[in-house]
Design a protein around this ligand. Structure first.
Ligand code: NAD
Length: 484
């Protein structure tokens, strides 16, 4: 399927591409599905101009009015769920059911934005007799959101509904590898009644991201992607005195104790490491087994063998990604790790040009190996072994990352101990993918996130707004002390 050219969306219109463009490939078969403009400063300037012109009108509506757009947007996401899922499937390569779940998550995120009027009312208090203090939230102005390839529909919706419902005008820069879904989201926002200029899309790669970080009229930048680029964006945006929250990569550890429920643990871990072909920042990547856990490892292998590329396992994003992932597996093998289930060199009949890696389980990985420390971002589980729970926690704690961690056990006390000791922003107990659902917020620790607050949920409200504190006195005879 060819999905048409991707275009910049500025001031409510799709532009004719004038910049140089790049081909977009479907990882399912390696065929060209679209092309995307590689924009720079000039396109960004036009988007900023449109956002600036729209800001007065948009921020002068009440939040109750603004969320009406998102009630309609939510309905449109639901109505077009199958088509949106198909776009994600084609451009990202994940299975259609996974893509539909991604759209469902976008719906949930939009529902949270619709509830903002119930959450954000300010406070008021009489601080001296006749003198009142009140707080209220104001939008920042023009804000930007830069997104990665792995959730073409959901990650943009981490930021679009909240930032815009809170009164900001947004410029979104999707991943150049998966720009098609955002094109469609722009159409749906317009159909929902969002005024022109409130939401704009500029496409491209490094140059446009740098332009966003430098643009003097952009007040805040949210970023989701690899740690390497998160650091660049966080440093550049904050050195230009912008607010920034930059979510980076992950290496999630699952600590497994011998008393864990075997079937549930094995199926959860296999699903966590292989879902979306392991291209989730919440994916199980490193398992640390404590003591005698062969019975659980065997069951994980049994579950992994039921995962068939092209049937219930999607592709990875590119040829380079496939080569990188297989390179990690081969290096670990050469260093003495045991490959229990091998996903290298698989092809899918009828989709020979696709970039598939089969489920891979590697045992006796050592903590110092690259595969144990670095983000692999493929359907690969590395198993390390320790004698004690404290050794397992020490391995988890030594990671540069800190997105998610989980423990599998029947013991409440030991689970509680791991909850306290894990150095990660999102912790699971007997859950392989501990994504906090709305209204809880999403964000990791350490090098998995730079900046204060999380990107979704309640803490994102602080990121997208500034607080105004007003003191009033209408009673001329009010007693006034030296403080007010
Ligand atoms: P990426 O860092 O390569 O790209 C992310 C964005 O940055 C894209 O829009 C891209 O165009 C831009 N970019 C790439 N290189 C750049 C550079 N040198 N300078 C400026 N901008 C640049 O990430 P990706 O490969 O698209 O996504 C996968 C990564 O995202 C993984 O590391 C994954 O863990 C991470 N991720 C993290 C979370 C989270 O919540 N922490 C969520 C999803 C994905």
């Amino acid at each position: 399927m060819k999905s048409g050219n991707t275009k910049n969306f500025i001031n409510g219109e799709f532009e004719v591409n004038q910049e140089k463009t790049m081909d977009v490939f479907s990882p399912l078969d390696g065929k060209i599905i679209s092309n995307v403009p590689l924009s720079g400063y000039e396109a960004l300037d036009r988007a900023v101009e449109a956002a600036e012109a729209a800001f007065d009108g948009w921020s002068n509506t009440t939040i109750k009015e603004r969320v009406q757009i998102f009630y309609r947007y939510r309905t449109l996401l639901e109505k077009n769920r199958d088509e949106l899922a198909e776009l994600v499937h084609i451009e990202n390569g994940k299975m259609i059911g996974e893509a539909a779940a991604e759209v469902d998550k976008s719906i949930e995120l939009t529902e949270f934005a619709c509830s903002l009027p119930q959450i954000i009312p300010g406070e008021i208090m009489e601080v001296s007799k006749g003198v009142e203090c009140r707080t209220e939230r104001a939008p920042l102005g023009i804000v930007a959101s830069i997104t990665p390839f792995n959730f073409p529909n959901m990650v943009p919706n981490w930021t679009i509904p909240n930032a815009i419902a809170l009164g900001n005008c947004m410029i979104l820069k999707p991943s150049e590898h998966v720009p098609v879904s955002v094109n469609r989201l722009a159409e749906l926002l317009k159909e929902a009644g969002l005024p022109d200029g409130v939401f704009n899309v500029v496409n491209g790669a490094q140059e446009i991201v740098e332009a966003i970080c430098d643009h003097p009229k952009i007040k805040a930048v949210s970023f989701v992607g690899s740690t390497k680029v998160a650091k660049i964006v966080y440093k550049r945006a904050t050195s230009n005195l912008k607010r920034c929250v930059a979510l980076g990569g992950a290496k999630n550890h699952l600590l497994v104790l011998p008393d864990a429920n075997v079937k549930m643990t094995a199926s959860d871990i296999a699903a966590s490491m292989s879902g979306c072909a392991g291209q989730r920042c919440m994916a199980a990547s490193a398992m640390v087994g404590v003591g005698e856990i062969d019975h659980i490892v065997n069951q994980i292998c049994e579950e992994a063998r039921k995962i068939i590329p092209g049937e219930n396992l999607g592709s990875v994003i590119s040829k380079e990604a496939k080569e990188r992932i297989e390179g990690y597996i081969t290096e670990a093998e050469n260093q003495g790790a045991q490959i229990l289930v091998d996903g290298r060199n698989v092809t899918v009949k009828g989709s020979e040009g696709g970039y598939y890696v089969g489920p891979t389980v590697i045992d006796y990985v050592k903590p110092e190996m690259a595969i144990a420390k670095e983000e692999v971002f493929g359907p690969v589980l590395s198993i390390m072994r320790t004698e004690t729970l404290d050794e397992a926690i020490a391995i988890e704690n030594s990671s540069n990352y800190g997105n998610a961690a989980a423990v599998f056990t029947q013991s409440g006390g030991l689970a509680r101990y791991v909850m306290e000791k894990a150095s990660a922003g999102m912790v699971g107990v007997n859950i392989g993918v501990p994504v906090p659902r709305e209204p809880f917020s999403f964000g990791g620790w350490n090098e998995s996130k730079f900046g204060v607050g999380d990107i979704t949920g309640k803490t994102s409200i602080d990121f997208w707004t500034q607080m105004k504190k007003t003191t009033t006195k209408w009673n001329a005879g009010a007693r006034v002390n030296w403080m007010s």
